[in-house]
Ligand binder design. Sequence first.
Ligand code: ES4
Ligand code: ZN
Length: 326
Amino acid sequence: PDASGTALSVPKAELHMHIEGALEPELAFECARRNGITLPYADVDDLRRRYDFSNLQSFLDLYYTGMNVLCTAQDFTDLADSYLARVRQQGVRHAEIFFDPQAHTSRGVALETVLDGLEASLATSQERFGISTRLIACFLRDRGPDEAMATFEALLPHTGRITGVGLDSAEDGYPPEGFAPVFARARQAGLHLVAHAGEEGPPEYVWQALDVLGVDRIDHGIRAAEDPTLLRRIARDQVPLTVCPLSNVRLRCVDTLGRHCLPQLVDTGVLTTINSDDPAYFGGYVGENYRAVQREFGFDDTALREFASNSIRASFLGRDERERLL
Ligand code: ES4
Ligand code: ZN
């Protein structure tokens, strides 16, 4: 049975999406045109045909090439508007949006341009789309701890514009522990802390994100399912996992959706949320992720509502705002 559209209609928060990963090919070519940039792809269809990834790195190569067309504040505004317009029809009432400062500053786009552009969209997201929004600045772990600290210093005058910091990009070989100093400073600045861990990397990286960085949530965390002690810890402390099922399939972190550990997480009592990661690249926005796991695992309305209420409970909204959405 069709579970009566609950996957799309239930009020939910999205807690794991990279705004640069919401860049649809059509907008990429539009930004390229108006900025006088030539993309190394013939057209929209040619670009879409390349969305066939063998691992995280093969995706990241395309992702960082694609975002070269984002140059002006207007580009970032259009990008955020495009995302919000799509997820408003999927029950999203709150979004905590990642962005990658270093992916832009390293190619000469100022942090202020990125923040001003995103904010021009997000400042009115509630009025226009019925979606409250927050920003989370992520450090690119493959550029190392020193550059992360320099990025944090550049963010310091703007900490009022972000709700937290995260850690993303290529995981294997870049353990969380090296980022302990910058995460400690972010904590002192009153920011929330998240980190990608256990997407491709081993359970040890999830332990480090918890015990060394002291994160509030784990992004992905699926390889925690390999370590029963770790999984019990995550369930006991109700550390939210922001799981991205279609991403995990498309990046071949799991063989098939049917082999995904999502049911195991739920059965173990983990505070599990469902998210899209990079919706333009991985075959769907958050609603499509809910639909896919519903179809694959036969989750009923109650189970889908639980994922949605988990997402609101796991958000960085204040108590009153969470209550309003639950
Ligand atoms: C990402 Cl899927 C994924 N993993 C790690 N870092 C990322 N940045 C954007 N998408
Ligand atoms: Zn991610």
